[in-house]
Design a protein around this ligand. Structure first.
Ligand code: MN3
Length: 198
């Protein structure tokens, strides 16, 4: 069994102007493809060969090659899934969960943006569900909360803040990239991940 680079459900240019086509093409066809290939090479002949990516990431004895490339594989799969050129809102019930946790939808976005903006160097910001309880954190490199780092729990929304995710269009303006991100978050898919975590 080997992991496969997922096909996107939208074109490389479909997320413009929020994420430019060239960035999307390099990010998916080079970076994500690279993590996928290197993960497959790293697990070959190991105890992880026939495990799901979630099982692999939850393991406490990962080599750095499996940790970095397994995280890179999983994180980007999630990232493409929660983006859409035609984003749909979450249900009222899901919005109520967000409001009860963070005070308001805007407050949740502010806390998430803060986590994304203050992650030093490369990493990710996350909205996670731990048995339905929502939390926000950031993690360095290609780590994620399935590795028992950050806030733990299951990631349901993630934002890549590596420079390869935004530098061509935004250069050093990471906060502008974070602001633009909200325009293309498909909350229907975020909510589906929340439901699956329960
Ligand atoms: Mn990336």
């Amino acid at each position: 069994m080997s992991f496969k680079l997922p096909e996107l459900t939208y074109g490389y240019n479909d997320l413009e102007p929020h994420i430019d086509a060239r960035t999307m093409e390099i990010h998916h066809s080079k970076h994500h493809a690279g993590y996928t290939n290197k993960l497959n090479n790293a697990i070959q002949g190991t105890e992880f060969e026939n495990k799901s990516i979630e099982e692999i990431l939850a393991s406490s004895n990962l080599s750095s090659a499996i940790r970095n490339n397994g995280g890179g594989y999983y994180n980007h799969c999630l990232f493409w899934e929660i983006l859409s050129p035609n984003p749909k809102p979450g249900s009222n019930a899901f919005i109520t969960v967000i409001e009860k946790t963070f005070g308001s939808n805007e407050a949740m976005k502010e806390q998430f943006a803060q986590a994304a903006a203050t992650q030093f160097g490369s990493g990710w910001a996350w909205l996670c569900s731990k048995n339905g309880a929502l939390s926000i954190c950031s993690t360095p490199n290609q780590d994620n909360p399935l590795m028992q780092v950050g806030c733990g729990g299951t990631p349901i929304l993630g934002l890549d803040v590596w420079e390869h995710a935004y530098y061509l269009h935004y250069q050093n303006r990471r906060p502008d990239y974070i602001n633009a991100f909200w325009n293309i978050v498909n909350w229907e898919n975020v909510e589906a991940k929340y439901q699956a975590s329960l």
